[in-house]
Design a protein around this ligand. Structure first.
Ligand code: PDD
Length: 286
């Protein structure tokens, strides 16, 4: 795969892409982003990712620099120029370059940046064994529904997990489950899939929606509601979902096995449904 990026109207090699140190993305983390998985050179759920981008831009009071048709055209162009079958498209929009001042600049032009990297799906071993997680207090801000580039808290939390030898954190705020540092989290108890509601405390995951749709299609009952910490600790199954990890079982939490300590039956059903669904969508788009 080549390393072609897009920056402010131009395609160029990633290592030649430059932005000013005064970019508000660099100075303040004043920007939003998306990560879009690409399977067989086709972006997965692109309209949904673009809708979430609009929502994030709206929340930070930044006008969308491009129409959806233009985003779509540029993303397809970027995929073609990079050439890999399965890719991960990263895009970000910042409030642009301006003299450092917290107040919004009157006339800055947003910086639009995109890059593509190979999409590395979880290994067979990880799918069959499951991931490990530790719990942590969610100390992020109160607008976790905005996919903002200011991710310092998420980085600290992920590193906290890695330092403990775990793959991800499972976070609680005021005694209820929120999500992971870069993933949504689900619980299965007595065959029922539980998901925290989409509110300002969690990112409205695109994969989260796919998981709930597949559960409905497979007649797995689900409940979207507040999930107290003890329900997470006593879960039969725990999963995470994201654009890069798809759906993955968490089989140890704080060093203790989740349920049987192996990916559960409901996970296997939905994981397989996800693979089938992906293939079907890609065939339809062909
Ligand atoms: N992260 N919650 C958080 C905090 C996330 O950062 C992500 C995704 C998700 C899952 O959302 P989706 O299903 O739309 O990928 C939930 C991306 C992959 C990242 O930051 O790299």
């Amino acid at each position: 795969m080549s390393d072609i990026a897009y920056l402010n109207g131009e395609f160029l090699p990633l290592d030649q892409a430059r932005v000013s140190v005064l970019d508000r993305g660099f100075i303040f983390g004043d920007g939003v982003y998306e990560v879009i998985p690409v399977y067989s050179r086709r972006p997965f759920r692109l309209p949904e990712h673009l809708a979430r981008l609009r929502r994030s831009l709206n929340a930070i009071r930044l006008a969308n620099p491009l129409a959806d048709a233009e985003w779509t055209r540029l993303i397809h162009d970027l995929i073609a120029r990079n050439g890999g079958e399965d890719q991960s498209i990263y895009l970000q929009v910042t409030r642009g370059v301006a003299k450092r001042d917290h107040a919004f600049p009157a006339d800055a032009k947003p910086t639009v940046f995109m890059m593509a990297s190979p999409l590395v799906a979880p290994s067979r071993e990880l799918i069959e064994k499951g991931a490990s997680a530790i719990t942590a207090t969610d100390f992020r801000w109160l607008r976790c529904d905005v996919k903002a580039t200011s991710l310092l808290a998420n980085c600290l939390l992920r590193q906290h997990a890695l330092d403990a030898g775990a793959d991800e954190v499972v976070m609680f705020r005021d005694g209820s489950l929120t999500e992971g540092s870069a993933s949504n989290v689900f619980v299965v108890k007595r065959g029922v899939l539980l998901a925290p509601p989409k509110n300002q405390l969690v990112l409205p995951g695109i994969t989260y929606d796919v998981v709930l749709e597949l559960a409905a299609a497979k007649n797995v009952p689900s409940e979207v509601r507040k999930i107290p910490e003890d329900e997470v600790r006593n879960a039969d199954e725990l999963w995470l979902s994201s654009s890069s990890k798809e759906v993955l079982a968490i089989t140890t939490l704080d060093g203790r096995p989740v349920g049987s300590g192996r990916p559960g039956a409901v996970f296997k059903l939905i994981h397989q449904a996800f693979q089938d669904f992906k293939r079907k969508v890609m065939r339809q788009a062909a």
